[in-house]
Design a protein around this ligand. Structure first.
Ligand SMILES: NC(=O)c1ccc[n+]([C@@H]2O[C@H](COP(=O)([O-])OP(=O)(O)OC[C@H]3O[C@@H](n4cnc5c(N)ncnc54)[C@H](OP(=O)(O)O)[C@@H]3O)[C@@H](O)[C@H]2O)c1
Length: 342
């Protein structure tokens, strides 16, 4: 079989040339390209992609200095869900519904913003019962990261009765899903956002309180401040993380996944040695397969919120992806943007 299909294509212009997607765009040139299945990279499983989505990392992949893509040209897209067309991996047969997030997808291996993808069998997760291909991409890497954060917080003692949980970057992908998952599990959630106009959205997802970014980090940030949170899900980093560390209750934990507020932060050892707090790093990309499958099972069952559909900001086509990536870079995301390919 060597069918022709459409994919989003990013090629990096030669060094010294300053080509952009458009005159006003911060992105590298992105275009729709026809490819044949023979042009896809090696892998055991050929998947017809039904849905993908856009994440912050996809925007970085399309930036001249994004530093996530190992080699251009690339088909971006760190996530996909679809149906197996052919497989030399005995674990998968044609017709199986599968999903994939992370690993090298869309950064070192052609990714999910494509009508077909060929991937390693080890990267795939069988679609859990209770989840549709579309719902899998409402979650995508962002939702998986939110769930992994909650899972790690629970492993470290978080439980609803211990007090409020802070979610930073709450209107973004990781943040929105974290608010919804925590609220559905009975936690009292405080959502921090830079978008005052999205209070109602965050309350609809289940946030009990909505506060501004500045309300998280008073100036100056003290090494030990009044305790406010039993735990926090932090995809923002930077100043927010500095403040959270000083505000966690004794034995509380923060799950750190991102850097939209900056990659550097300041801290002293005091909250660690006087309050026994835990700093939990979250890596969704190379999360081990057994944990990965367990988290996806939970997303299809006990963690699945009734507000999942409310997280969808819009469903778009491949042609509309560049505009969505520009919006991410402006910090303008609200919830999740999913890409329909079939
Ligand atoms: N570790 C992992 O495995 C993993 C997985 C997924 C994502 N990530 C990382 O997590 C972060 C969030 O990803 P995402 O997909 O949720 O992105 P997103 O949908 O673009 O959301 C990011 C949110 O961060 C907030 N924000 C943006 N600029 C900010 C700034 N300058 N200061 C403070 N807050 C700011 C905004 O929320 P508000 O306006 O509501 O404040 C924005 O909506 C990214 O850094 C991403 O690379 C890591």
């Amino acid at each position: 079989m060597n069918r022709t299909f459409q994919a989003l294509w990013i090629d990096k212009p030669a060094v010294g040339s300053d080509t952009r997607h458009s005159d006003t765009s911060p992105l590298l040139p992105l275009k729709l390209r026809s490819l044949t299945v023979d042009e896809l990279p090696e892998g055991e499983v050929l998947v017809e992609v039904h849905y993908s989505c856009v994440n912050y990392k996809d925007a970085l992949a399309a930036m001249p200095d994004g530093q996530v893509v190992r080699q251009y040209p690339i088909i971006p897209g760190i996530d996909l869900s679809g149906v197996v067309i052919s497989s030399s991996d005995p674990r998968y047969v044609p017709g199986d519904s599968v999903l994939a997030t992370g690993y090298e997808l869309g950064v070192a291996h052609y990714g999910g913003l494509s009508e077909y993808a060929r991937v390693k069998g080890d990267w795939l997760v069988p679609l859990p019962q209770g989840l549709s291909l579309r719902e899998a991409m409402i979650y995508g890497t962002a939702g998986f990261t939110a769930a992994l954060s909650l899972h790690r917080l629970e492993e470290n003692g978080a439980e609803p009765k211990r007090g409020p949980v802070l979610v930073t970057g709450a209107t973004g992908g990781v943040g929105s899903v974290a608010v919804a998952l925590l609220a559905a599990k009975g936690y009292s959630v405080t959502a921090s956002t830079g978008k005052a106009e999205e209070r109602d959205y965050l309350r609809q997802l289940g946030a009990q309180d909505v506060i501004s970014r500045e309300q998280v980090y008073p100036d100056p940030i003290k090494p030990l401040a009044k305790t406010r949170w039993q735990a926090a899900v932090d995809p923002v980093g930077g100043k927010a993380l500095s403040a959270i560390l000083s505000q966690l209750q004794p034995n509380g934990s923060v799950a750190v996944s991102g850097l939209t507020g900056g990659s550097e932060w300041q801290a002293t050892v005091l909250p660690f040695i006087l309050r026994g707090i835990n700093l939990l790093g979250i890596d969704s990309v190379y999360c081990p397969s057994s944990t990965r499958k367990q988290i996806w099972q939970r997303l299809a069952a006990d963690l699945k919120p009734s507000s999942l559909e409310a997280i969808v900001d819009r469903e778009i086509s491949l042609e509309e992806v560049p505009a969505a990536l520009e919006r991410i870079l402006r910090g303008g995301m609200r919830g999740r943007v999913i890409v329909r390919l079939k």
